[in-house]
Design a protein around this ligand. Structure first.
Ligand SMILES: Cc1cc2nc3c(=O)[nH]c(=O)nc-3n(C[C@H](O)[C@H](O)[C@H](O)COP(=O)(O)OP(=O)(O)OC[C@H]3O[C@@H](n4cnc5c(N)ncnc54)[C@H](O)[C@@H]3O)c2cc1C
Length: 415
């Protein structure tokens, strides 16, 4: 197919993946395609900022960016509505505002649903930092907290079986590590740490199973230094005012219970029959839907995305954009899909740990860097995203590491 002014590209969801696609497609196709961005929210939410809202009391507004000006800058139309039904036969999307919009290419970038209600008692007794409703709620609870056991952890998520993916019990544990360290820091500052034992549980065999032994070792050392107690193989089922309960019948006394809930595929994917058995979208390694060649998925909604990380959303969006640009213009190369875990865990104060690992995917990179430089790098990422209106290039990983370590080849397994 070649691009004509009538080529209509619809992007469903303006998060990390959707905005990356918008920028990439605009810069390559602006003369050839009409781009429509659809999102029920007026703002995109920078979720990696939510631990700062929950634990450090930062304003949530610092992490919301208005979508209309972002779309304007990319010469795209923005429709504030939610996609409710996709008809791949007719190539249309029915929206919550009654509009039915046609597409030539469709990008599924609507993320996932966090299923808080899967955990008994969560709404009354549980807290989370996952979004702009829960993070301020946790900050309120922290302000009233006068000490007692604090239990934090991630629920088990079930994955579909259509595409081969590495085994992982959780969707994304990095933010929970970050909040655990920040909790330790806050409680010490408030003089409450002595009467507030901190326990971090995981449904996996160990916390952060998606990284290799080197990173594991450094993280465990840091948790030990901060006197954080670890519980493995614990699948949360419920939370009350006094305790968390687990599937094996055990309980952990808790005065403050903080969770990342199970992730689930979005309803529109299920209703439209586009998902696997758990509602995530199965694609090949150029992010093309296995059954519909003009539908692509990138980010958390894609079944390949393990763990659910913004870094992978960006990598996938680049691949999907390059594939469609090549389809339409016969130019450019499509990068290979080489997943890696990259995150920076802020610990409070000026400390952070940067993690880069691809061992879960068969690679040899497994790096953890602890210190002020890692914190500065996180700060630069956040600022870059803020001031560039939603850009988060993965090449910054290499650039950032070079600035922290001098010249370094991050693919060198000997590091
Ligand atoms: C607390 C926290 C901290 C994190 N920290 C990091 C980190 O440090 N580094 C990292 O790499 N990752 C981090 N992550 C993970 C990262 O935020 C996600 O992987 C990333 O946001 C996924 O991007 P996405 O574009 O797929 O989805 P999202 O960013 O969730 O965006 C999806 C968009 O789609 C919209 N949408 C939903 N339903 C519909 C619909 N039916 N129709 C149209 N639009 C719809 C939503 O409103 C939203 O704007 C963190 C996650 C959390 C929860």
């Amino acid at each position: 197919m070649s691009a004509t002014p009538q080529t209509r590209i619809v992007i469903l969801g303006g998060g990390f993946a959707g905005l990356r696609l918008l920028y990439r497609l605009h810069s390559a196709l602006y003369q050839h395609a009409d781009i429509i961005l659809v999102d029920p929210r007026p703002t995109t939410l920078q979720k990696p900022g939510m631990p700062d809202v929950a634990m450090a009391g930062k304003s949530v507004e610092l992490f919301r960016h208005r979508l209309q000006p972002i779309a304007d800058r990319a010469d795209a139309s923005f429709i504030q509505a939610s996609a409710q039904y996709i008809d791949p036969g007719k190539q249309t999307v029915a929206l919550s505002n009654g509009l039915v919009i046609p597409y030539d290419y469709l990008f599924l970038t609507m993320g996932i649903v966090k299923d808080y209600d899967a955990i008994d008692g969560f709404r009354n007794f549980g807290y989370s930092m996952c979004d702009d409703v829960e993070a301020p709620r946790l900050q309120q609870a922290l302000r009233k907290f006068r000490g007692g056991p604090v239990v934090l952890g991630t629920a088990k998520t079930e994955w579909g079986h259509t595409v081969p993916i590495p085994h992982l019990d959780v969707a994304c544990e990095g933010p929970m590590g970050e909040v655990t360290f920040m909790m330790d820091h806050s409680l010490r500052r408030l003089g409450l740490r002595d009467k507030s034992p901190i326990t971090l549980f995981t449904p996996g065999k160990q916390f952060l199973e998606d990284v290799g032994n080197t990173v594991q070792h450094i993280l465990q050392e840091r948790m030990g230094l901060k006197n954080i107690h670890m519980l493995q193989n614990k699948i949360i089922t419920g939370v009350s005012g006094e305790a968390m309960t687990f599937a094996d019948g055990t309980t952990a006394p808790s005065a403050l219970s903080i969770l990342i809930p199970p992730y689930a595929g979005p309803p529109v994917i299920k209703y439209s029959g586009l998902g696997d058995d758990k509602g995530f979208v199965p694609t090949d390694h150029v992010m093309r839907h296995l059954s519909f060649p003009n539908i692509f998925a990138a980010g958390d909604v894609n079944a390949l995305t393990i763990p659910k990380l913004g870094h992978l959303a960006i990598i996938q969006a680049d691949i999907a954009a390059a594939t469609v640009i090549k389809d339409l213009t016969s130019t450019g190369d499509v990068p290979l899909y080489k997943p890696e875990v990259f995150c920076i865990m802020y610990e409070g104060g000026s400390e952070a740990t940067l993690i880069l690992s691809d061992t879960m995917y068969g690679g040899h990179t497994d790096i953890a860097l602890h210190g002020v430089s890692a914190h500065l790098m996180k700060w630069s990422f956040d600022s870059y995203y803020f001031y560039s209106h939603g850009h988060l290039p993965p090449d910054l990983v290499q650039a950032g590491l070079e600035s922290v370590l001098g010249h370094v080849n991050i693919k060198d397994p000997k590091l």
